[in-house]
Design a protein around this ligand. Structure first.
Ligand SMILES: O=C(O)CCC(=O)C(=O)O
Length: 294
């Protein structure tokens, strides 16, 4: 049995009931699965990223869209924080590569996905500073992933205590069970990415108000993680607090049944030019980061 003393943040694997919840609800919260000190040790790496060119200022995008008369999801607050986000930090920064590949996270996620091997798809850092108005629009990660399969998920790992007032994630419980894959949107807007195909994401808040969808939201702290299925519709609130940051590392992984499947108009990565529809993910750009022991 591994322990947190091994330095990879390991505290425990998911219990069978938690694995059932993930597959039934499309989301599960795993409390105390990582050593909080291990997660907080990523603080300097996250701070270092904030002003790097690989980060996008989504508040700036929101302002530009609003200026163009496009729908932007922004709560009115008296202060002005910012929402910054980036992807694929693991490719550039050894701290993020170690976190996504060599920490206890792959074993936790691999166990949850009931897979024999786990591929890393991408990582992402998402920071909502105090007073950030922008909400994260309802979306499915699958709309942005050029993959098909069922063993696909995202784990959201907070560095700060997070609740509804500071922008906790919201999930449409059980929405992964439908086969619908909606158009990806601009993240702080319901506007679909131009050139993508299919139907736009329905108004989940309206469906929830009508009692047709159940929305779940959890308070999390360092050491807790949520894991959602790539088909699960999810969103996040504004950070309406004046003094609490909402920083998270989000890592997307794929299991045995994942294959490349290209979705017109969705953002592509450089290596996608070198792979074909139906290919296995295995390779340096989607490395195998964990295998189940025999
Ligand atoms: O942190 C957020 O606001 C959204 C994150 C998200 O949608 C994800 O990691 O899949």
């Amino acid at each position: 049995m591994r322990t947190s003393a091994s330095g990879d943040g390991f505290v425990r694997l998911p219990e069978p009931a938690e694995i059932e919840t993930f597959w039934a609800d499309g989301v599960v919260v795993l409390r105390g699965v990582l050593d909080p000190a291990f997660v907080l040790a990523m603080d300097p790496a996250v701070e270092m990223l904030l002003d790097q060119p690989e980060m996008a200022d989504l508040s700036g995008l929101g302002d530009a869209l609003a200026h163009d008369g496009q729908p932007v999801l922004a709560d009115s607050t008296t202060t002005r924080g910012r929402f910054v986000s980036g992807v694929d930090h693991w490719r550039i920064h050894p701290e993020f590569a170690a976190f996504a590949r060599e920490s206890a996270v792959p074993a936790i996620v691999g166990t949850l996905l009931r897979t024999t091997k786990l591929n890393l798809w991408e990582d992402s850092v998402l920071v909502k500073e105090p007073g950030t108005r922008e909400r994260t629009a309802w979306h499915q990660d699958l709309s942005y992933f050029h993959v098909t399969g069922r063993q696909l998920c995202t784990t959201w790992i907070p560095l700060d205590p997070t609740d509804a007032t500071s922008g906790a994630m919201r999930f449409a419980r059980g929405s992964h069970r439908a086969s619908d894959v909606y158009r990806p949107n601009l993240f702080v807007s319901t506007m679909a990415i131009p050139g993508t195909e299919g139907e736009e994401v329905p108004d989940i808040d309206a469906l929830a108000a009508a009692g047709e969808v159940e929305i779940v939201q959890y308070d999390l702290g360092p050491g807790d993680i949520s894991v959602h299925h790539a088909g699960t519709l999810h969103a996040a609130g504004a950070n309406t607090t004046s003094d609490r940051r909402r920083r998270a590392i989000s890592i997307r992984y794929c299991g045995d049944d994942a294959r490349y499947h290209f979705r017109p108009g969705a953002p592509r990565k450089a290596h996608h030019a070198r792979v074909a529809e139906g290919d296995l993910l295995d390779g340096p750009d989607c490395p195998v980061v964990w295998r189940a022991s025999a």
